[in-house]
Structures are given as C-alpha cells and as structure tokens.
Design a protein around this ligand. Structure first.
Ligand SMILES: Nc1nc2c(c(=O)[nH]1)N[C@H]1C(S)=C(S)[C@@H](COP(=O)(O)OP(=O)(O)OC[C@H]3O[C@@H](n4cnc5c(=O)[nH]c(N)nc54)[C@H](O)[C@@H]3O)O[C@H]1N2
Ligand SMILES: Nc1nc2c(c(=O)[nH]1)N[C@H]1C(S)=C(S)[C@@H](COP(=O)(O)OP(=O)(O)OC[C@H]3O[C@@H](n4cnc5c(=O)[nH]c(N)nc54)[C@H](O)[C@@H]3O)O[C@H]1N2
Ligand code: SF4
Ligand SMILES: [Mo]
Length: 693
C-alpha cells in the first residue's frame, strides 16, 4: 500500500515540514513539504533520515546500568520495568531531598510543553533547556530592549532589501525555509553582507564580506551606531516614536568612531562607512541577524544588543522585509493551543540556578543549565540529586566534559532519553530509547510569523526496535508516578486536549500536515507598535540589568591577541552534520568523515604546515587532538576553526570512531567562563596551540 505522510523533520532543531512517501511500511522518499515555506526543499541531513532508522548502533531497548558510570555494562529491561525503576528512584530522591531536587534539561523548541508539564507535575522549578550553550545571549538582548524575547520577531528574508549576517552562516547552519527566503531575496536584488572570521559558503554569496578579527564584533557594531547617529541615517520618525534613551546612546557611542574600530577589528573605516550608507538606503527592509549560536564571548550579549539597536534605528523592528512581528493565533482572531503545562501550578520554590531571584534580570523560563550544574557541584542553594536529560547531550554541548563528569558524579540518579547514543547517555544510569522522528508522532506545535499555523509530526513507519515516542515515554513515566493529568493513552487524546476550543480538528491536518490560521500574510502596523517594556517603548537603558549592576551600555574592552604560536579556537556548523549526533549516520559520514582545522595560509607557511598535513591541537589539558589542516587565505590569522561534534563516539558507534577532533574537549574550565550580562557560556574564550606532526 502506498501512503503519503506529512510530518516534521527531526534531523536538527530547524524542524522543517516534510512529506514522506511510504510503501508497505517502508520509507521510499522524503522531501520538504511542497505546500510550506521550504517549497519541497530538504537539506542533506533531512534526506539522510532513512539512514537513522537503519542504524542499528543506537539504543534499541531500555537499559539500566550495572557497572560503574560510563563503564558500559547494561541490563536490558522491559519498558514496564524501566518506567517502574525510574519512578522508584525519582521517588527515593524526592523523599530525601524534596521535589525541587529533580533537574530536567532538554533541547527546547515547540514540543517542550509536554516536558514542562511533567516537570511541573513533579513539583520541581528546575526545568532547563540547552539554550545556555546556544542563543541565550540573543534572547536576553531582545528582552533587555523590547521586553519580549528573540522569538517576538521573525526574519522576513524573502522581502528584505539588505541582509547582514554576523556570526551567522545561513547556508551551512541550515533552516531550509530561511535559505529559500534568502535565495528569493537575492534573486530580487537584495544585498548580502557577511561578517565572519572566515569565508563560508554564505560569504561566497555575499556582496560584501568583512573578515573581522575574532571577538571584536562589539567594536564594529558600536562604530556602526556612531556612524548612523552622526550622519543622521536613522529613521527619525520611528526613533522619535519608539526610542527611550537615544541621548544616552548618542553620548555613549561618541568615542567609538569607525577609525577607532578599524584598529580593533581590522576592517577599514572607509569600508564601514560605505556599508552603513548602503544599509540605511535599504531601511526599513533590513535584517541584521542578531545571531543564533551566540554563546561565544563574554561580551556576546552586547553584540546582539547592538545588532537589535541598529535594526531599531533603521526602523526594521516590525517592518515587512525586516524583523517582522511574530504574529500569533490571537492576531488571526483564533484561540491558541491549550497548554499541557498550564494544567499545573508554577512551583513556588526558587530555581537552583539562581535565575529569577539571584539573577533577577534573566528569563526564568528555561534557566541557565551551567548554573544548575554549579548547584549540583556546590549544593548551593540546595542539593540537586536527580537529573533527567531529555534529547540533550550536555557532555558534548557544554565545554570540558571532564569537569562536567565530576559534577554529574554527585548525582544519585541520571536518566537519558535519547534516540542515539551520546556521551551523556553512555554516562547515565538509565537509557530510555526514543523512536527516531520518522517512527514517532509529537504533540501539535504552533508556528508564529506572518502566517501563523499549527503543524503536526506524524508517525511515518512503525518503530524498528523496542523504542517509544516522546509522549509514550512521558505519559509512561507519569503513570508510574501517579500523575493522572498526564496519563494519556493515545496521541489523539493529547491532540484533542490541545485543540479543544480552537475550532481545528485532527482531520484538518490530513491535507498537508499544517493548519493555516490566515490566508494572507499579516504584518503589524508600524505606527502602532507596543513593546513589552514598562514604557511600551524600546528601552536603551534596561532597568532590570541596571538594578543588578549590569550596565546596559558597556564600554568596550579590547580583545587580547593570542600569544605567539597560539590561536583563538572558533567553532561552528557544517551543512552535512548536526551537532554531534549524525557522525554515525552511514550516509552523512560518507559525505564528511572528519572535521579539519582551518588555518590561515601565511601563518601555516611560517609554521611549515601545508594543506592536508596532520597537525596536533593542544589545549594543554592532556587531550591532544590530531586532524588534517585546511590551509586557506580565507580565515583570520588569529583564529583556527573546526566544525563541532567530532571525536566523541561512544563504544557502540563504530562508524563515528576516530573521526577528527572534539572542540568541546579543548575548552578547559569552560563551565565557569560565561557572559554575566547575557547568561550563556562563552565557547570561544579559549586558545589552542598547533603543531605539525
Ligand atoms: N547543518 C546544520 N545546520 C544547523 C545546525 C547543525 O548542527 N548543522 N545546528 C542548528 C543550531 S542548534 C544552531 S544554533 C545554528 C547555528 O547557526 P550559526 O550560528 O549561523 O552557525 P555557526 O556555524 O555556529 O556559526 C556561524 C559563524 O560564526 C563564525 N564566527 C566565529 N567566531 C566569530 C567571530 O568572532 N565573529 C564573527 N563575526 N563570526 C564568527 C563562524 O566562522 C561561523 O561561520 O545552526 C542550526 N542549523
Ligand atoms: N564546543 C561546542 N559546544 C557547543 C556548540 C559548538 O559549536 N561547540 N554548539 C552549541 C549549540 S548551538 C547547541 S544548540 C548545543 C546543542 O547541544 P545538544 O542539544 O546536546 O545537541 P544535539 O546533538 O542536537 O542533541 C543532543 C542529543 O539528543 C539526541 N537527540 C537528537 N535529536 C533528538 C530527538 O529528536 N529526540 C530525542 N529524545 N533525542 C534526540 C541525540 O542523541 C543527541 O546526542 O550545543 C552547543 N555546544
Ligand atoms: S534543516 Fe535539514 S535537518 Fe534540519 S530540520 Fe530542516 S531538513 Fe531537517
Ligand atoms: Mo544551537
């Protein structure tokens, strides 16, 4: 029998809509959903989804640890036993230390409502997600200015006239609908400026490429603001209407001239001036992307903040072709989905990571996981003794796994819910294997933007092994723990709960997996913007930050140059892999079997390193990685670059073994190096030595 299934890709967190051809229970073809913004497009990883199902080197059934942590001695158990065991161990911890001693972390995103419901139901305030190692600085930058987070606006690429990508590699760090939108815009004559420490594929498509000295982006942005204000290139109507604190901004940026920035960044003042002219000419249809993974430096919060300020000066916040307002079901006159988490009261206890009380200016939602790790280590403000790690691999996603393992050793109980082996799963006490996305359904999600819609992930084929869907695992645990409100027996029951009162029925998703809440794109009236700050305006001086002694306008601190023979370690994505969990994918590892070390040609020459030579990368902590050098003029001489996610195979993963170098193992003591104003860890405040061998 031939069937068409509409679903959502799960090879990375972009979660593109897909359509899947299934014949007699087997997947024949996967493509992007042709009726959605991806227009049938899929990236290499999305196309390799079948290899994930075929990979037998993933956890196939629930496992309980028998030997020491990380030793790899497991007992295969039934789901019934696994649920009962986890419930019993959690209860033990709760009886001894209270409900707040349970920590949860996951990968955030549109399906997290079910997770939050579970954590609230147990009565713990300690729900965290991965974002302290990804976009928290961006989130807090948006909150500090607009009173809403980074998802309060969306990037309207397809209508943009000038896009600036700074620390953003849009065509390799992929979200397919963004790539489609950007390609459309380029065809219509949109200008693209890329600011990066190296020339990426994205830079190859740019009209202007600035190779910036690593870590000096804040200096560049301050000079851009200086130039916009001095030359009065801003949208004065918009600025007069919506800015609180323009004069403070003006006097603050006064010393930061383009000539001053040239010294720091290496980008000529004249080029900066030309660029600002061009940018202003395209306003308000300008997108200067505030960054995605901006967990890089101790001043990354200020980089994202200055980006938002520049967008606002050009009137692009809320503009068509700019950072358009994220419209919601309510803006379409429709009721949103019912929240599963809202069934339970918010726990009143203080969070262990200090967010919301010790750090009042941070967004309490998903907290800051590295500070929760600190709490595990110190038991301050109280002990955290059980940790459920859900679709998350902190031993790879946070710096310095040896430092983190010592912290995890203080836990009484560590559970990993995952569809592939990961360093964290291998270190856990219990592994609950999740069905890969093609073998499971998820709760319904809302997509905000010009065309708000509901979208659903459907099961395309039955699980090949004894694995379960998210909802089956959470509801199974809820049943074992006696949490009635989450003891759903079927996904339809959950979907009906979510849809109740919205006027949408499950059958409405059959047509193409989505339910649009408006036919025409909605843009907000720029004359009537309401920011969520106290004044309703864009607040340059952020009261919550100021009250905590964190300046809204922070003087620039020069970035040190690396010592002789030493390089700043810069990291990022490639188009072929997702973080660290696709190296064992047979199709993808064939496309890109290892990461290489980008190193500047002149520097390499002076060190006797030729393209393709094997070099040793040393952070002076005992971990010495060996990898191939990629010698190129297109990287700043102070930096070396490697793609994240390699050299972290667990013993079952034979295809991923001995592949390249692990960047996170080179970030020594990195859990303690973080941006005090933005909250995220600073992955790129680390230096390495390189040697030809
Ligand atoms: N193919 C693929 N796509 C993905 C992912 C994936 O794993 N694989 N992951 C998804 C996730 S979780 C995220 S967060 C996003 C990340 O999306 P991005 O943040 O766009 O991707 P990165 O490659 O991490 O970093 C972007 C660029 O920053 C540059 N850079 C490094 N240091 C500096 C600096 O000091 N200044 C400047 N100006 N540039 C610098 C790097 O050279 C890199 O090209 O991608 C998402 N999409
Ligand atoms: N050194 C260094 N550290 C980094 C980065 C870097 O570039 N360098 N990048 C940072 C960024 S931007 C991010 S977003 C984080 C990402 O960090 P993580 O969120 O930990 O990364 P992922 O690999 O996406 O997912 C983690 C694990 O979840 C499992 N998994 C994947 N998809 C699913 C799923 O759909 N369901 C379930 N249950 N499990 C799943 C896989 O087994 C995978 O090992 O890492 C950050 N840390
Ligand atoms: S960007 Fe690629 S891997 Fe990520 S969800 Fe979209 S198709 Fe899947
Ligand atoms: Mo990320």
């Amino acid at each position: 029998m031939k069937e068409k299934k509409y679903s959502i890709c799960g090879m990375c967190t972009s979660r593109c809509p897909i359509e899947v051809d299934v014949e007699d229970g087997e997947i024949k073809f996967i493509q992007g959903n042709r009726q959605s913004g991806v227009r049938g497009g899929l990236c290499a990883r999305g196309a390799a989804g079948t290899a994930l199902i075929e990979d037998a080197e993933r956890p196939q059934y629930p496992l309980i640890r028998e030997g020491a942590r990380g030793e790899g001695k497991w007992r295969k158990v039934s789901w019934e036993e696994a649920f009962a065991y986890v419930a019993e161990r959690l209860k033990e911890v709760i009886d001894k230390y209270g409900t707040k001693s349970v920590l949860w972390s996951d990968r955030g995103g549109p399906f997290a409502d079910l997770h939050k419901a579970f954590v609230r139901a147990i009565g713990s305030p300690n729900y965290c997600n991965h974002d302290a190692s990804c976009a928290r600085n961006v989130q807090h930058a948006a909150l500090s200015l607009f009173g809403f987070g980074r998802k309060g606006v969306v990037y309207d690429f397809k209508n943009a006239k000038h896009v600036v990508l700074q620390t953003r590699n849009l065509f390799e760090a992929i979200n397919v609908s963004e790539c489609v939108g950007m390609m459309d815009a380029l065809e219509k004559g949109c200008k693209l400026t890329v600011i990066d420490v190296r020339a990426t594929i994205t830079a190859g498509k740019a009209d202007t490429f600035f190779m910036i000295r690593p870590g000096t982006d804040y200096a560049f942005n301050l000079a851009v603001i200086n130039e916009i204000l001095r030359k009065k290139l801003y949208d004065s109507h918009y600025v007069n209407k919506y800015f609180e604190g323009l004069s403070e901004l003006r006097s603050f940026v006064e010393p930061y001239t383009p000539e001053w920035a040239e010294e720091e960044t290496g980008i000529p003042a004249k080029a900066l001036r030309n660029f600002v002219q061009e940018l202003a000419a395209a306003s308000p249809s300008v997108i200067w992307h505030p960054g995605w993974n901006n967990a890089r430096y101790t001043d990354s919060f200020y980089v994202s903040r200055t980006i938002y300020i520049i967008n606002a000066l050009l009137g692009s916040i809320g503009a068509k072709g700019g950072l358009a307002w994220a419209m919601t079901p309510k803006d379409c006159g429709k009721q949103g989905l019912n929240s599963l988490a809202a069934q339970f009261p918010k726990p009143e206890e203080k969070r262990a990571d200090g967010v919301g009380w010790k750090y009042k200016y941070f967004d309490a939602g998903p907290g800051l996981l590295h500070l929760a790790f600190k709490a595990i280590e110190t038991e301050d403000p109280y002990p955290l003794k059980a940790y459920i790690c859900y679709r998350h691999d902190p031993l790879m996603a946070f710096p310095d796994p040896n430092q983190l393992k010592k912290i995890l050793d203080k836990l009484d109980f560590l559970v990993s819910v995952t569809f592939s082996w990961s360093e964290t799963a291998w270190y856990a006490d219990v592994v609950l294997p999740l069905s890969p996305y093609l073998e499971r359904e998820s709760i319904i999600a809302t997509k905000k933007g010009p065309k708000p819609h509901f979208i659903v992930r459907q099961r395309c084929v039955e699980p090949r092994f004894d694995t379960k869907a998210d909802w089956e695992i959470i509801c199974g645990l809820a049943k074992a723990m006696g949490i009635e409100k989450l003891s759903f027996d079927s996904i339809e029951d959950i979907w009906n709960f979510q849809l109740n009162g919205t006027g949408v029925k499950i059958e409405d998703f059959n047509k193409n997996g989505m339910v649009m809440l408006t036919d025409t794109p909605l843009y907000i009236d720029r004359e009537n913007l309401k920011f969520k700050t106290q004044s309703g305006k864009i607040e340059i001086i952020a009261p919550k930050w100021e009250e905590a002694g964190v300046p809204s306008l922070k003087p620039y601190e020069p970035k040190p140059h690396p010592e002789e023979g030493s390089f700043r370690l810069t990291v990022g994505r490639c188009a072929i892999h997702t973080q660290g969990h696709t190296i064992n994918n047979a199709l993808l590892v064939e496309q890109m079997p290892e990461n290489v070390l980008w190193i500047n040609r002149d520097v390499a020459k002076s060190m006797g390193i030729e393209d393709g030579d094997i070099v040793e990368v040393d952070a002076n902590n005992g971990y010495k990685g060996k990898m191939r050098a990629f010698v190129t003029p297109f990287i700043h001489p102070e930096a070396v670059f490697m793609v994240h996610g390699f050299d972290s195979a667990t013993p079952p993963e034979t295809k991923a073994r001995n592949r390249g170098v692990a960047d996170h193992k080179l970030m020594i003591g990195g859990l303690d190096v973080w941006d005090k104003a933005g909250g995220a860890v600073a992955l790129q405040e680390h230096f390495v030595k390189i040697k030809k061998i």
